[in-house]
Ligand binder design. Structure first.
Ligand code: C2O
Length: 532
């Protein structure tokens, strides 16, 4: 017989530490160990770009951010299409000053753009894990990293202007009524510091922004599809994991992961955010530069306005949607993740994710946008009639289950499966019914977009996405770093709201259809419908 002695508090503590897993938040990388980023065009080898986005290494020790050391004046970021001519002149002046700094100055526009390139294109390894590259997209790091990036960028612009109340503008591309859904006029004229020549020339005003890269149709069709993209990506993405993305810790490897540990991008990132990157970049360039590939995206001054809107939508999601306040992740590996940026004195500064969660502490606010109501209250029409499962079964569409029972499934340009729904009713504690596309693999050489539907077995890449059968899109930016372009990811979409609207909430099985645009083969390991 084994007798357990009385359990000491230390022993309890140890047990607890073991059972919750060891903490492994992302730490700051060693800036001395930098790899040149390389982007190759699959169609034109002469277009291979070797990009040195290795960051300047300061001679003194990095500073550590605190709200006390870095005081911020309250400032309001306004919508780009609403600011005055004086404001545009000032904004232009700020970028002129930034662009006039020598390239190796950490505050220069050149280095500012390199910061994004370095952390999105695998220039550095994860601290404490030299074999795994550091990446700030495709996971819960996406929103806080970009918030910090804007914060320091804005501080530098303020100091160059000598105006601590100067604020970035936001590109209100989600506004489908009051003029926000075109390229903002302030960025359009050739020859100013806000101009970038590498943009899609067919998308200059008055062309409407398409939030899903393969959206087609006339202006009113585009508007409704945009509203549904916002509704699906922001309103029905009720959990932190759905909206912000999933865990990324030391050791998470985008290229070499399994269904169990594959990273997961949030709907805001994979959906409308990537959609606007693609829409803005020049499709005649092999990687849709500048905005269409992460390496060059922030060489376009419109990038910072694009991300201000993403940042605004994070606040909107958290504080201002029906159903009450939504919660960010609270995992300590999220809160304690650390990044490097440069401050307005060109010093390196170390920041934590936890200090980025409250914009008001950073001095940042956004005005109320009346047109938000259009997508918040969007009421997608139902186009199907009853469950499509019998039809799909007659057509020979197979039933697909969760990994690992399927092996590897290659999706063609349009692919459907019958998928079982959970056998028990949704518990009251659950916030969402979720479709998980497990272990999606793709080579990120060129642009790929996956559009997903429920109860719509004949949907294809041209199908209108304004209906309740549309569940979301997963857009893959061609960051084609030759060494690290293989991606394994899980993808999640909330489908409970769609099922309810379509009238199939009680069905034991549903039909899922995925239409794929692009030339890269996509495979998956399985489909799972679950409660979260
Ligand atoms: Cu770091 Cu919009 O991408």
């Amino acid at each position: 017989m084994i007798i357990f002695p009385c359990v000491s508090p230390l022993f309890t503590l140890l047990l607890f530490a073991v059972s919750t897993g060891s903490a492994s938040p992302i730490g700051v990388p060693d800036l001395q160990q930098c790899e040149l980023a390389m982007d190759a065009s699959p169609t034109d080898p002469t277009m291979t770009l070797t990009l040195n986005c290795c960051l300047p290494i300061p001679s003194h020790k990095p500073r550590v951010f605190s709200f006390h050391k870095y005081k911020s004046k309250p400032r309001v970021r306004q919508a780009a299409h609403t600011v005055s001519d004086d404001y545009i002149a000032k904004y232009t002046r700020a970028y002129e000053l930034m662009k006039a700094l020598p390239d190796d100055d950490p505050r220069s526009f050149h280095t500012q753009a390199d910061i994004h390139c370095a952390f999105c294109n695998f220039a550095y390894s994860q601290a404490g894990n030299g074999s795994v590259p550091l990446q700030v997209h495709f996971s819960w790091l996406f929103l806080p990293w970009h918030r910090w990036y804007l914060y320091w960028h804005e501080r530098i612009l303020q100091s160059l202007l000598g105006d601590p109340t100067f604020a970035l503008v936001f590109w209100n591309w989600d506004d489908q009524r009051d003029g926000g859904n075109v390229m903002p006029a302030m960025f359009v004229p050739n020859g100013t510091a806000l101009y970038d020549m590498n943009r899609n020339q067919n998308n200059l005003p008055p062309a409407l922004v398409k939030l899903r890269p393969t959206t087609t149709g006339n202006d009113s069709a585009i508007v409704n599809q945009n509203l549904n993209d916002m509704y699906q990506d922001v309103v029905t993405a009720t959990t932190a994991e759905l909206f912000m993305g999933g865990a990324y810790r030391t050791g998470t490897d985008l290229s070499n992961s399994t269904v169990l540990d594959a990273p997961l991008g949030g709907t805001i990132e994979d959906g409308v955010h990537n959609g606007v990157h693609f829409w803005t970049g020049d499709p005649n360039l092999p990687l849709v530069q500048d905005m269409g590939t992460f390496t060059t995206a922030s060489r376009d001054p419109i990038f910072y306005a694009h991300h201000s809107n993403v940042d605004r939508l994070w606040d909107k999601w958290k504080y201002d949607l029906p159903g009450g306040r939504r919660a960010d992740h609270d995992d300590s590996d999220f809160l304690d993740a650390e990044f490097y940026f440069y401050d307005e004195t060109a010093s390196l500064v170390k920041v934590k994710v936890r200090d980025a969660l409250d914009n008001s502490k950073l001095g940042v606010s956004y005005p109320t946008v009346a047109a938000d109501e259009l997508w918040v209250n969007y009421d997608p029409p139902v186009v199907s009639n009853g469950s499509a499962v019998p039809l799909a079964r007659d057509a020979g569409i197979a039933t697909i289950g969760a990994s690992p029972e399927n092996g590897t499934i290659f999706l063609g340009s349009s692919w459907s499966a019958i998928v079982k729904t959970p056998s028990s009713p949704r518990p009251t504690t659950s916030k969402a019914t979720v479709l998980v596309i497990q272990g999606l693999e793709v080579t990120r050489q060129s642009f790929v977009s996956l559009t997903a539907f429920i109860n719509h077995p004949y949907a294809n890449t041209l199908t209108d996405t304004s209906s309740a059968e549309y569940i979301g899109s997963f857009n893959i930016i061609p960051t084609a770093n030759v060494k690290h372009r293989h991606l394994t990811a899980n993808v999640k979409f909330e489908i409970g709201d769609n099922m309810q609207r379509v009238g199939i909430a009680q069905e034991p099985e549903v039909v899922i259809t995925m239409a794929v645009t692009g030339v890269e083969p996509i495979s998956i390991q399985g489909l799972l419908i679950d409660y979260e």
